[in-house]
Design a binder for this molecule. Structure first.
Ligand code: ATP
Length: 268
């Protein structure tokens, strides 16, 4: 698939994505372009359709209308495994780590899963060592080297999320989908996470669903605001977060009440 100039466009292009559940339209005609290297956040009130949008991109939910195109390739009908192989990785709100395996083993398994010749990998010491070396690099990147031999079940929630993110990154994704990555993280884990995302190669586009607008302001260049399934605004982060319609729709009555409060005349 090429654009008007005859070139294959790079990045993720969503057009008119729609998903209904019964009479509810969870995602309603959402179009979004995520260029290579983009840092894009999706914000919106509870139930706005943010997770559903990520599901439609990852392929765990099917769109009833619209298209998902990655690097010019139409993936609308592809299942989640194929999308994963072609470069769409997802880190979940509830980390999908294997509790009984150690941190290191979880990462080796993740590398193995994404190894291009994984079928015979267990028979080849060379391939196993490749997987193990990549797992070691990822251990370092997510800051879990000291816990490498601990079972994943012994990790805190934040550490498990970092491990889950490390497992997603070993696939060397083109697009990384993150669903509320900071939920339940300590301040220290949040800083580690910000550092990790800051160090991602430019070829990786990140699409982040996040309620914490402070974190959104630190991580994202562009923000889309979803309200009742529709993309209300897509704009550079500062502009999007201060948009009046966004303040009303996203921050709701709390923001309105704050604005209505009389100014204090006290001298302190
Ligand atoms: N599998 C499903 N079956 C029926 N309804 C669903 C399903 N998945 C999502 N919904 C509904 O679609 C709407 C959007 O849900 P979604 O989880 O995408 O919102 P969200 O913006 O991620 O919300 P939150 O911020 O609370 O996580 C909600 O009303 C939800 O109940």
């Amino acid at each position: 698939m090429t654009d008007d100039s005859g070139l294959v466009p790079s990045g993720l292009a969503l057009s008119g994505l729609t998903r209904r559940y019964g009479s509810l339209t969870a995602v309603d005609g959402v179009s979004l372009d995520l260029a290579t290297g983009a840092r894009h956040a999706v914000i919106g009130p509870n139930g706005a359709g943010k997770s559903t949008l990520l599901n439609l991109i990852a392929g765990t939910a099917r769109a009833q209308r619209g298209r998902v195109v990655l690097d010019g390739r139409d993936l609308t009908r592809a299942g989640p495994a194929r999308r994963g192989r072609l470069g769409i990785a997802r880190s979940f709100q509830q980390p999908s780590v294997i509790a009984d395996l150690t941190v290191r083993e979880n990462l080796v398994m993740a590398v193995w899963r994404h190894h291009p010749r994984r079928r015979g990998a267990w028979r080849s010491p060379g391939r196993y060592r490749e997987c193990a070396a990549e797992a070691e690099r990822q251990l370092e990147a997510v800051g879990l080297r000291d816990l490498a031999s601990a079972p994943a079940s012994a990790l805190s929630h934040g550490q498990r999320r970092l491990l889950d993110l490390g497992a997603a990154l070993v696939a060397r994704p083109r697009v990384l989908l993150l669903d509320e990555p900071a939920a339940g993280l300590t301040d220290e884990d949040v800083e580690r996470f910000v550092e990790l995302l800051g160090g991602l190669p430019d070829e990786v586009a990140v699409l982040l669903v996040e309620h914490n607008t402070e974190l959104v302001a630190r991580l994202a260049d562009t923000v889309t605001v979803l309200v009742e399934g529709r993309a209300l605004v897509t704009a550079p982060t500062g502009e999007a977060l201060s948009h009046p319609a966004v303040r009303e729709a996203y921050l709701g009555t709390a923001a309105a009440e704050e604005d209505d409060e009389p100014c204090s005349n006290s001298a302190d």
